[in-house]
Design a protein around this ligand. Structure first.
Ligand SMILES: [Zn+2]
Ligand SMILES: [Zn+2]
Length: 296
């Protein structure tokens, strides 16, 4: 039944500001309502002074690169999302909106799209290559080959340009770790929206992979994420929104945006048993190191 309660879809209120500035290590401003200026101003007003804008397809990756060139507070990453690669091979129209004409499809279409990602990855405001990786939840067996080929290509691009690799891993932990090992991970690798358990966190820690926690770390059923966060080395922990998705409790289901990072930071501080300032200082420094930009 449709709800008439305006509160259900309304933007959550501004949280109390953080005293120590942090970065949203993974957001999709192009999928959120309002302008980039509004989003950055709102975020900065609560201590979220930097965002990493993540590309998921060609259109979004070009936009991310342009936006990072236009705003000091924005850094970009570029990629074909793990669910996008099989669609390109299939000939689906470009972009998550699926508007426009059908593409030619086939392996050549994927190669052409990867060549464009390669060109974008060379730009100075582009700090990372991603989100790439594997998604066994949304992509079925028919798309697995294209997805893994795309993942391997993104790893190679990241290494050749000396950029950070941003991993999307959904229900694919073992395969993601296997491919990273086979290809050799870049110097800096971030597991975005970290979704493994404490055991996997030890493996990531051993390999020096960053683990970025999103709003779902606050979800009631996400004890495995809190267990992972509790054992992750402090110098490898990041925070992100993945906005407009994964809005933290108590606003779950409402639109997410970078200004809600403080809600997740406070929940993370409680899990780790540290004060908010200590965690925020680490998060700010870690994100700058992870993406290779100077800390403001
Ligand atoms: Zn993702
Ligand atoms: Zn994302």
């Amino acid at each position: 039944m449709p709800s008439n309660d305006p509160g259900k879809n309304a933007a959550p209120p501004l949280p109390d500001p953080l005293r120590i500035p942090v970065a949203d290590s993974h957001t999709h401003l192009d999928m959120q309502s309002g302008t980039v200026e509004e989003a950055l101003a709102k975020a900065a007003s609560v201590g979220v002074t930097t965002v990493v804008q993540v590309g998921c397809d060609l259109k979004g990756s070009r936009w991310a690169a342009e936006t990072a060139a236009a705003y000091d507070a924005v850094h970009a990453t570029v990629a074909l999302h793990p669910n996008e690669a099989p669609r390109i091979v299939h000939g689906d129209p470009d972009g998550w909106s699926r508007q426009g004409a059908r593409g030619p499809g086939g392996d050549a279409a994927l190669d052409e799209a990867l060549a464009e990602i390669d060109r974008l990855a060379a730009l100075p405001h582009v700090k990372g290559v991603g989100e790439t990786g594997l998604d066994h939840f949304r992509t079925g067996p028919e798309g697995k080959e294209a997805q893994e080929r795309s993942f391997r290509a993104h790893i190679e691009i990241a290494k050749r340009h000396g950029k950070t690799l941003v991993i999307h891993d959904r229900d694919a932990h073992a395969d993601v770790l296997r491919v990273l090992k086979e290809e050799g991970a870049p110097e800096r690798t971030v597991f975005h929206c970290y979704s493994g358990d404490a055991e996997m966190a030890e493996i990531c820690a051993g390999a020096g992979y960053y683990m970025s926690f999103a709003g779902n770390v606050t979800f009631k059923n996400a004890q495995n994420l809190r267990d992972a966060l509790a054992v992750a080395p402090p110098e490898l922990v990041l925070v992100e929104t993945d906005a407009p998705f994964l809005t933290p409790v108590p606003y779950r289901g409402r639109p997410n945006a970078p200004y809600l990072v403080p809600v997740t930071v406070r929940a993370m501080a409680a899990v780790r048993g540290v004060d908010e300032d200590t965690l925020a200082a680490a998060l700010g420094a870690n994100t700058a190191r992870a993406f290779g930009y100077p800390q403001a």
